[in-house]
Design a protein around this ligand. Structure first.
Ligand code: HEM
Ligand SMILES: [Ca+2]
Length: 605
C-alpha cells in the first residue's frame, strides 16, 4: 500500500526562501570546512515553471514553490525537538539529565562484527553516489575558515568558545584520540529574510534534492560552467580521469602526479571508489554527447549538452529505482510504485520533493554500516583508513577498483557486501580521518551521525515508529521491535524514549526480502516516493515534452549500471546486475555483448 498523504507531505517549511552562493563557496570542499558563504538572493516563487524545457542547474522552477532547489532550508517530517524548543541541540533525556555521549553510545551499541551478503560493494558505492545527488548540508564556519572546537591536545573547550561548537565527549579510557574531545561543528543555521536564524532552527541543503545528476553537473550555473569543456563535453584529465580541482584540499602523495579531483559534488575525493563512479559517469556523458554530435548535425552544441544531461539524469533514476531500490526495500519497492519499468509517472504537484532532515541526517546514513574494511583492486586489497580523502588509487587504477566493486577480484570473503546492521567497521568508527591538519585526532562516523541528529534536533526514534504505523517499543527487552541485542541499548540509554533515531533504525531486525528494518524502510520509501512523484521532470513522466517518447523510454530502460561500466572502462566482462555477485541466476557476459545491448542513440537524433 502507498504511503498516506500525511506521510508524504513533510511539515511545510516555515518560510520559504532560497539563498545564493558565491562561486568560491560552491567549489570549496565540504570537508575543508571552508567557504560556505551564503547570501540571500530571492524569495519569489517560480511563476513561469512550465516554460522550461530542461531542468535548471539549481533545481529551481521544477515546481512553483521552488521546493527541492539548491540552497534551501531542509524540512523535517516530525516537529524538531531542540533542548530549548528553538535552537540548541537535543541533549537531555526524558528524565531531564544529559543524554549519553554520542561516542559512548557508538562504542557501546555498535560492535564491529562483519556478516556478509551475496551483494557487491557497488550497493554501498551507489548509496554514497546517490546521496551526493540528494543532500549536502554545510557546517558553520568562522570568519577565518574552519572552527576548532577542541584544544590542540584534545582538551575540551574551557569555556563556550563558539556557539556553533558541539564537540563530542570522549569517555575516559577510550583511546580513539588524545584527550577527551572529538571535533564537531554544528550545521549552518538557515536564516530568515531579515538575516535572523529561523526558529525553530533549520539546516540548509546546498545541492538539488532531485535525482538530476547534480553530482556530475553541479547545482548552479557558475559551478556547471566550471565543469564544462566548451560545447557539449565535460572536462576531463589525462586518460579520461576527472579534471583537477582548484582547491587542493585532499591528501596527495609527495613527488607523484596525484591531484584532488573536480566534480559536480565537492565530496568526490572522500574515498577512491567514489571517485571511480564519478569518473565513469563523466566518460558516459562525453561518450553519448560525442555520438549525438555526429547524429544530430543540425543541433547546437548547447542543445547536445542538454539532451545528454537529460539522458544521464534519466539513467540515474532508472538505475536507482529499478536496480538499487528493489535490493534495499525488497518487494515494497514494487508495492509502493517506486519501480518504474513500465508505464509512466504522473507528476503530483502537491508533494514536496525536498530531501527531509530525517532522511539525510539519520535514515540514509544506514549505508555507513555497509562500508567495508578494505577495498579490493585487481592486484591488492587496501584498508579503508588508508584511502580516506586520497584520490590516488582512483587516478591510477580506476579499472582495478571497478572490478573490485563488482566483486570480480579479491578473496571471496573480501568482495561481498557487509549487511546493514548495528555493526560498523573500525575503519570508520576508530580510524576516520579528520582534516590532515590534526594528526592524532580521529573521528567516529557513527558518533558523528548520532551527534548530527542531536545538532539538527531530530525527534527520538520511537516517534518515527509510531509515525510509520508500527507497534510501540515495549521496553529494553522488546526483541520483536529492536532485535536480539536490544538489551545492549540499556547500557547507555535510561529510557527507550531517548534512543537516537540513527541507533533505533539500525537495531530493528530486517524482515522479508528487504535489506533494512521496517521504520528505516518507511522513511526511505517516503523520500524516494516524493522524489519520484514530486519531480516534474521524472524520466518517465506522462508529459512527453519534458520526458521521452515511447521508443526512447524503452531504450533508456534497457540500460543497466553494468552496461555503463562496460562502455567506459577496459573491463572485459561483467555480471548484468553489478549489485549482486555473479552466479547462475546472475550470469557474467562479455563487455562487448553488454555494450551491444545498450541505449540506441539514433532514437534521440
Ligand atoms: C567510505 C565511505 C564513506 C565515508 C568515509 C563517509 C563519510 C561521511 C562523513 C564524514 C559524513 C559527514 C558526517 C557528519 O559530520 O555529519 C557523511 C555524511 C553522510 N553520509 Fe557518508 N560516508 C561514506 C559512505 C556513505 C554511504 C555508503 C552512504 C549511504 C548509502 C552515506 C550516506 C551519508 C549521508 C546521507 C550523509 C549526510 C549528507 C548530508 O546531508 O550532508 N555515506 N559521510
Ligand atoms: Ca540533485
Amino acid at each position: 500500500q502507498e504511503p498516506t498523504p500525511e506521510q508524504t507531505n513533510p511539515k511545510p517549511v516555515q518560510e520559504f526562501y532560497v539563498l545564493a552562493s558565491t562561486h568560491a563557496a560552491m567549489s570549496s570542499g565540504m570537508f575543508s570546512g571552508r567557504g560556505f558563504k551564503l547570501t540571500r538572493r530571492w524569495y519569489t516563487w517560480c511563476l513561469n515553471a512550465t516554460s522550461y524545457k530542461y531542468r535548471t542547474y539549481d533545481g529551481s522552477c521544477n515546481n512553483v514553490r521552488n521546493l527541492g532547489a539548491a540552497i534551501t532550508a531542509v524540512p523535517t517530517l516530525l516537529k524538531s525537538e531542540y533542548a530549548d524548543g528553538m535552537d540548541s541541540p537535543r541533549q537531555y533525556g526524558e528524565d531531564g539529565l544529559p543524554l549519553p555521549s554520542a561516542r559512548l553510545v557508538s562504542t557501546s551499541v555498535f560492535p564491529s562484527a562483519i556478516e556478509l551478503t551475496n551483494r557487491t560493494h557497488m550497493v554501498m558505492q551507489w548509496g554514497q553516489w546517490v546521496i551526493h545527488d540528494l543532500s549536502a548540508i554545510p557546517i558553520s564556519t568562522g570568519a577565518n575558515g574552519t572552527i576548532k572546537c577542541c584544544g590542540p591536545k584534545g582538551q575540551p573547550p574551557p569555556f563556550i568558545n563558539n556557539r556553533n561548537c558541539f564537540p563530542i565527549e570522549i569517555p575516559i579510557h577510550d583511546r580513539i584520540s588524545k584527550g577527551r574531545c572529538m571535533e564537531f561543528v554544528r550545521s549552518l543555521a538557515a536564516t530568515s529574510r531579515m538575516g535572523f536564524t529561523l526558529k525553530p532552527r533549520q539546516q540548509i541543503n546546498i545541492i538539488t534534492s532531485f535525482i538530476d545528476a547534480s553530482q556530475i553537473y553541479g547545482s548552479g550555473t557558475i559551478q556547471t560552467n566550471g565543469l564544462r569543456y566548451g560545447g557539449y563535453l565535460l572536462k576531463t584529465g589525462l586518460h579520461g580521469a576527472l579534471p583537477k580541482a582548484e582547491t587542493q584540499n585532499c591528501i596527495t602523495r609527495p613527488n607523484t602526479t596525484d591531484y584532488c579531483q573536480l566534480a559536480g559534488d565537492t565530496r568526490v575525493n572522500e574515498q577512491p571508489a567514489l571517485g571511480v563512479i564519478h569518473t565513469f559517469w563523466v566518460r558516459e556523458h562525453n561518450r553519448i554527447s560525442q555520438q549525438l554530435r555526429v547524429l544530430k548535425g543540425n543541433s547546437s552544441e548547447e542543445e547536445i549538452f542538454q539532451i545528454t544531461r537529460k539522458i544521464i539524469a534519466a539513467l540515474q533514476q532508472i538505475i536507482n529505482y529499478n536496480e538499487y531500490l528493489p535490493i534495499i526495500l525488497g518487494k515494497d519497492a514494487h508495492t509502493w510504485n517506486l519501480v518504474s519499468k513500465v508505464g509512466r509517472t504522473a507528476y503530483n504537484p502537491a508533494l514536496d520533493p525536498s530531501v527531509f532532515n530525517e532522511f539525510s541526517t539519520a535514515a540514509f546514513r544506514f549505508g555507513h554500516s555497509t562500508i567495508p574494511d578494505v577495498l579490493s583492486f585487481s592486484d591488492k586489497a587496501v584498508k579503508m583508513r588508508f584511502l580516506l580523502h586520497r584520490p590516488a588509487e582512483c587516478l591510477n587504477n580506476c579499472e582495478g577498483l571497478m572490478a573490485g566493486l563488482a566483486g570480480l577480484v579479491g578473496k571471496k570473503k573480501k568482495k561481498a557486501l557487509k549487511k546493514v546492521d548495528r555493526n560498523f567497521v573500525k575503519e570508520v568508527t576508530r580510524f576516520l580521518f579528520e582534516a590532515q591538519a590534526s594528526p592524532g585526532h580521529k573521528l567516529d562516523l557513527a558518533a558523528l551521525n548520532i551527534q548530527r541528529g542531536r545538532d539538527h534536533g531530530l525527534a527520538p526514534y520511537i516517534k518515527y515508529r509510531t509515525f510509520c504505523g508500527l507497534p510501540p517499543v515495549k521496553g529494553f527487552d522488546d526483541e520483536e521491535a529492536l532485535g536480539p541485542n536490544v538489551r545492549d541499548l540499556a547500557l547507555v540509554y535510561r529510557s527507550i524514549a531517548d534512543i537516537d533515531l540513527f541507533v533505533g533504525l539500525l537495531y530493528e531486525p530486517v524482515k522479508g526480502d528487504a535489506s533494512v528494518g521496517p521504520t528505516l524502510k518507511c522513511l526511505l520509501g517516503i523520500q524516494f516516493f516524493n522524489l519520484k512523484f514530486g519531480d516534474r521532470f521524472f524520466f518517465d513522466t506522462t508529459d512527453e515534452t519534458l520526458g521521452f517518447n515511447d521508443e526512447q523510454l524503452a531504450s533508456l530502460r534497457n540500460m543497466t549500471l553494468s552496461k555503463v561500466m562496460c562502455h567506459n572502462s577496459d573491463l572485459r566482462e561483467l555480471q548484468l546486475d553489478v549489485f549482486t555477485l555473479p552466479s547462475k541466476q546472475n550470469p557474467t557476459y562479455t563487455c562487448q555483448q553488454l555494450r551491444s545491448e545498450s541505449i540506441d542513440l539514433t532514437l534521440f537524433a
